[in-house]
Design a protein around this ligand. Structure first.
Ligand code: NI
Length: 390
């Protein structure tokens, strides 16, 4: 039986792997040590093929079952974050300025644990591709794997991903229909006015008051132009201008993020922003440069695969422990690029920890090792359901 308790029997070993990865966090596309750890383990498990170097540090293990059948991909991410760890745990990061603050060490180990179990039993019909991707945070390692032909090399029918969720109790899951995570696009604005003495503003053109107007006006795109039951966020997160008390500066620069769940809302906002910025700038006699950089699209589950994922999770933890009613997060996730290519589902695995301040991207975060058996059992259950042996 591949129940949670059967993985709990291996927990000491699995937690040791997780802590080993935790001690050695690596940046996106720099996961050389982690990739070698993963590839060595996959080979030791007797996985049929181990592909390395996809998107620089990505690793894919290919495992064939006892009988012929379709292929599915299960994905984990491997990269860490530029955060200085403050947990003081014995397995705390040994790399200054970097830590596994998003639990990708745990994701990697849960998928490895499932790969070992499935390599022993091979009691499924078809092929499982274990995808260990680099650079989930900011750099789009998932996109790069797709661009390098991941799905041409591995003709999979479906893709599945998982993320730990410290705000849900340990041993629970959340599965969304439709959007799970938001699209995240970047906005850069440069306003150019005319510098002057701060006591004689009429002699110049002030980009600081212009920046303030633009920050306010952009909020109206959300509150006045977006359906209130749809979700969108525009956050201006950096403003740089001037340095003296008595000088109106020549320039102001703004940075921000635009988050949306629906593609049409995304397109509408990204199209509207430059017009609003330029219109206000023109009204105030300023020049505006607007640059929009497209980031990750929304992560959107397909209905049938979300239902299958929820049934697999329910088989592991019971139906009451699988939430189907949670709203999406406005965070972003580059598994979105894989979900644009194939049907599939991205689920949240409850780990607890938020009540102790262990939340994602915090210097106090640590992946909850007690969650490893739940994630590993989910992967195994999902494979047996999607690729049934008889
Ligand atoms: Ni993450």
């Amino acid at each position: 039986m591949d129940t949670v308790s059967s993985f709990r029997a291996e927990l000491e070993e699995l937690a040791a792997w997780r802590r080993e990865l935790h001690r050695h966090p690596e940046p996106g596309f720099g996961e050389h040590r982690t990739a070698a750890f993963v590839a060595d383990k996959l080979r030791a498990f007797g996985v049929d093929e181990v592909h390395t170097g996809i998107a620089i540090t990505g690793v894919v293990g290919v495992l064939r079952g006892r009988a012929e059948g379709p292929a599915i991909a299960l994905r984990a991410d491997m990269d860490a974050l530029p955060i200085s760890e403050e947990t003081n745990l014995p397995w705390s990061s040994r790399v200054p300025g970097w830590m596994h603050a998003c639990g990708h060490d745990g994701h990697t180990v849960m998928l490895l644990a499932a790969a070992r179990r499935l390599a022993r039993s091979r009691d499924f019909a078809g092929t499982v591709c274990f995808v260990f991707q680099p650079a989930e945070e900011m750099l789009g390692g998932g996109r790069r794997m797709v661009e390098e032909g991941l799905f041409e090399r591995l003709p999979v029918r479906e893709v599945y991903g998982l993320h730990n969720w410290p705000w849900l109790p340990l041993g629970t899951f959340a599965v969304h229909d439709g959007p799970v995570m938001a699209a995240a696009d970047r906005l850069d604005v440069t306003l150019t006015g005319r510098g002057c003495h701060a006591a004689m503003p009429h002699l110049g053109r002030d980009p600081v008051t212009g920046a303030a107007q633009i920050v306010s006006a952009l909020q109206l795109l959300v509150s006045r132009e977006t359906d209130p039951v749809d979700a969108a966020v525009i956050s201006i997160t950096a403003i740089a201008a001037g340095e003296a008390y008595n000088v109106v500066p020549e320039r102001a620069a703004l940075k921000g993020t635009v988050r949306t769940l629906r593609e049409e809302t995304r397109e509408r906002l990204l199209a509207r922003i430059p017009g609003v910025v330029r219109g206000i700038a023109a009204a105030l006699g300023l020049e505006a440069e607007v640059e929009i950089t497209r980031g990750y699209p929304a992560t959107v589950n397909t209905k049938d695969e979300a239902d299958e994922a929820a049934r697999a999770a329910a088989a592991v933890v019971g139906g009451e422990a699988v939430r189907r009613d949670l709203p999406p997060s406005m965070g972003a996730e580059d598994f979105a690029f894989m979900l644009r290519e194939r049907p599939g589902a991205y689920v949240w695995l409850g780990t607890g920890g938020a009540e102790k301040g262990r939340i994602l991207h915090s210097p106090h975060y640590d992946f909850e090792d007690e969650a490893i058996p739940y994630g590993a059992a989910y992967w195994v259950e999902l494979v047996r359901r999607r690729l049934p042996a008889e």
